[in-house]
Ligand binder design. Structure first.
Ligand SMILES: Nc1ncnc2c1ncn2[C@@H]1O[C@H](COP(=O)(O)OP(=O)(O)OP(=O)(O)O)[C@@H](O)[C@H]1O
Length: 502
């Protein structure tokens, strides 16, 4: 049992631990936390700059960010700390005085910045592309979309990874002692090690190890709890409704007298659009009268979505023009155009961190600059129009697909557009939820909204459209009233298409 006694004396010398405990707390723990916290905060600033540079379209920003990251992530931390702490010692002395402590923080920050930059970049890039499309369709600029939606969403996703980085900094702070810190600047490891030399056993170092665990382990658990809270939002009591019941959410809504909207007209002239070499629209002509519904049908890849996206310039046409109430949309600022031409997407593209009412309010306050109370009043009214007044505080994750799509319609309506573009808005819905959304669209049509609808719902096109456009291979092949298109198709391609889908 001699070896057991040896082990106890090496690691569990209580007297040695008790003796070093006060210094461990007042000097070691304090300095470790200062070093780790300050280098994480500075690292976040460096990392955010690197992430924004890293996703920039300009190579002049991307390449320096890449080089920086490769260097500071590739070098062992101790090499960076020694190179900066000793290499810049003279400048450091002039700036900060004799202590190498600030240079130690700087070195840790530069290392952390490289990792945090990558964390932010991957977080931001993992945000669904549809989020930025929704921002732009709501007439936000690229910068506003990034600042208000994409970056916060990306950062929230990487919160656990950021805490890991802080834990990394807690541990890396033990390397700063290589720079020769003053006694009062020692961190946990150095305090433990100094005392271990005095006592001749490892107990003070074991205590240092315990201190590291006391800092890092609870942190991981706290951040997981915070992450869950942020992801799910404040839990609302779930109201379970069957999809079959959803349609009735639209019943009994006080309808405004018709027409409620001042729809605009569109005149599409010889519109051309290409993705690189691929010509997708080849001279499309189309007239949409104010307050009417135009349904665009056609096989997959025929250019329907692209045509729609040209109408609010989510993609830029290559040739031709589009007149909105006689005014060329190409001469307008895209953000101004998108206030007048709203859009609803196949995958809703609601902002998941925002409740239904916040989704509707965001553009009203941030883009239109309305006071919060006014924006809230409008948002409530629009949610009530789509039968969702009782769900206004639910996040998208707590709503069915059909309800989410109706929130998206309310969000587009709140901006008071003259035209709304619908891009296969029922394609991602369960069959029993489709009717609620289509009924709502039919209702909007009756109220005088100009609507351009890309759809596979032939029943809706027949019932609600004023004109139906059949597209194939980037061209309008046939256009006319629903009866003419569905009951008396002239072109063989339309006949074949209808034979396939009906
Ligand atoms: N971002 C893009 N980059 C390159 N090519 C694209 C892009 N978006 C679409 N395309 C191509 O452009 C063509 C037309 O696509 P578009 O989405 O407009 O067709 P669609 O008629 O709406 O089809 P679907 O009904 O399948 O959505 C297709 O060949 C498609 O592969």
């Amino acid at each position: 049992m001699n070896w057991l006694e040896n082990l106890r004396r090496s690691f569990l010398d209580w007297n040695a631990m008790v003796e070093v405990l006060p210094t461990m707390v007042t000097v070691g723990l304090k300095n470790t936390l200062i070093l780790a916290a300050s280098s994480t905060v500075l690292g976040i600033a460096v990392g955010m700059a690197l992430a924004i540079m890293g996703i920039s379209r300009s190579a002049w920003l991307r390449i320096p960010a890449r080089v920086y990251t490769d260097i500071f992530r590739g070098l062992p931390a101790i090499v960076t700390i020694l190179l900066i702490g000793q290499g810049f010692a003279r400048i450091g002395r002039e700036l900060f005085g004799p202590s190498p402590y600030p240079l130690g923080i700087l070195a840790l920050s530069l290392i952390a910045g490289a990792y945090i930059g990558e964390i932010f970049r991957s977080g931001i890039q993992s945000v669904d592309r549809g989020q930025m499309e929704a921002c732009r369709a709501l007439s936000m600029s690229y910068g506003q979309g990034m600042r208000l939606i994409v970056v916060p969403q990306g950062v929230r996703r990487v919160l656990p990874a950021l805490v890991n980085q802080f834990i990394g900094n807690v541990k890396d702070s033990s390397l700063v002692y290589f720079l020769g810190l003053l006694a009062s600047e020692r961190e946990i490891f150095r305090v433990g090690q100094d005392q271990a030399v005095i006592t001749g056993n490892l107990s003070p170092l074991l205590l240092a190890g315990i201190f590291y665990l006391v800092v890092t382990v609870p942190l991981t658990h706290v951040v997981n709890a915070i992450d869950n809270r942020l992801r799910l939002g404040k839990q609302r009591p779930a109201i379970i409704t069957s999809g079959l019941e959803e349609v009735s959410e639209l019943d009994g809504i006080g309808r405004p007298p018709r027409p409620a909207f001042k729809g605009g007209s569109l005149d599409v002239r010889q519109l051309g659009m290409a993705y690189g070499e691929l010509d997708v629209l080849k001279g499309v002509d189309l007239a949409v009268k104010a307050g009417t519904v135009t349904c665009i049908i056609g096989p997959s890849g025929s250019g329907k979505s692209t045509l729609l996206r040209c109408l609010n310039r989510l993609v830029e046409p290559k040739s031709g023009d589009v007149l909105l109430d006689g005014e060329s949309i190409l001469a307008m600022k895209p953000e101004r155009l998108r206030r007048r031409v709203g859009m609803v997407f196949q995958h809703f593209n609601l902002f998941p961190d925002h409740t239904a009412i916040e989704n509707v309010m965001l553009s009203l306050t941030k883009i239109k600059g309305l006071p919060k109370a006014e924006a809230e009043r409008i948002a409530k009214a629009r949610l009530s129009d789509v039968g969702l007044a009782s769900r206004q505080h639910h996040r998208p994750g707590g709503l069915s697909g059909g309800q989410q799509q109706r929130v998206a319609i309310a969000r587009a309506l709140a901006m008071e557009p003259e035209v709304i573009l619908f891009d296969e808005v029922t394609s991602a819905l369960d069959p029993e939820l489709v009717k609620g959304v289509l009924d709502l669209m039919a209702e909007l049509a009756k109220q005088g909204m100009t609507m351009v609808v890309v759809t596979h719902e032939m029943g809706f096109a027949r019932r609600a459209a004023d004109q139906v456009i059949f597209m194939d291979e980037g061209r309008v092949v046939e256009a006319g009233a629903p009866e003419a298109i569905f009951d008396n198709p002239k072109s063989p391609r339309l006949q074949r298409f209808l034979a396939e889908v009906l």
